[in-house]
Design a protein around this ligand. Sequence first.
Ligand code: AMP
Length: 408
Amino acid sequence: MSNQLKGAKFIEELELKDQRVFLRLDLNLPMHKGEISDETRLQAALPTIKYCLEKGAKLVVSSHMGRPKTDEHKKTLSLEPVAKRLGDLLNIEVILIEEPDGEAPKALLRSLKPNQLIMLENLRFHPDETKNGDGLVNSISEYIDIYINDAFGASHRAHASIVGLAKSVKPKNRAYGFLIKKETDVLNKMLTKPDKPFVAVLGGAKISDKIGVIEKLIDQVDSFIIGGAMAYTFLAADNQPTGTSLVEKDKLNFARKLVDRLKVREKNIYLPIDHVVSKSFTDTSSVKTIQIIPNDMMALDIGSKTIKLYQEVLKTSKMCFWNGPMGVFEKQNCEKGTFAIAESLASNNGFNIVGGGDSASAAHASGFADKMSHISTGGGASLEYLQGIRLPGIEALKPPMSSEPQEV
Ligand code: AMP
């Protein structure tokens, strides 16, 4: 069953008026020198925040930010800039609370005004968060009535605010928000009845990270377009020269078999026919485009003929799932292939889904992000969902199985 939300409640099914609502969001925004550099996730969280406020909830919002390990991180990974920006966007007062397990949230909730909300500081500052520890769960559960998860990008993590806390409230008082619904609706459509032709553009560093997704999409897609380092494992499997490019030797067999399986199904797989190559990975100032990769060079992007070929395929596609850059797009002279994919998706008439992570950053860097039909806010969560792996954050919203002890 592809729709993992079945059995969980949607926010609209709950009565929120005057209730103390804990809303877990993914506000892990990219920061640069203390400033927010991309607020996509914050914008994506707004519908659920606004809904809760409109319904008269006493709202506690929360999120993690980065992976804090040292005390210094407490400054660089604070949610303070996010709290300020949220306040500005909604024209409300956002009260940032340092200690989620202290007395402050309880006291504040008693006298919270309609134009105020509470935001908890980066949950990962608390040692229990990533361990799904009881301490944090018990403290927060004392001051909330309702639990809402709308942190799609963190729902593949069994953390305290994602799993333990959800289970600490009665099943009738827990639900998912608008973003989780939107993200999973898109993925469900791809898995069940994609618009045709449906093309999956896969790139990035390794085939091994994408095998589960390839397996899941093999029967849905009309074509795979392959780029990035993973393309060179396919070319090596076909005995083509790959020079010093990244090749996963233990995946050659998989690559060979996949090509055969696609042939049997009369589906296409497009691989690079020319390449942007360099002698060094670090110094890419003197790259060149070439058809046959010399022994002492590595391919760091798809070449111009390949771009043309891929653009032809994408021109007529009605649905596309893009995950992984076509080259080392972070480096000078190696971004053209990736940006060309973004441009093609921006200009065709199809429904185009960008699978989060590096592909989302690439879509933004290309300048075409606002032309994509959907950019996932959760790269890892999307890939797991697509593979049919149950997301702990969604499972925790469902009532316990009848064999488990029932809550009273
Ligand atoms: P992934 O997280 O698997 O989507 O991989 C993204 C990373 O793959 C990016 O950091 C790219 O720089 C890297 N990448 C893309 N193409 C190549 C390539 N031809 N050689 C080495 N790394 C690549």
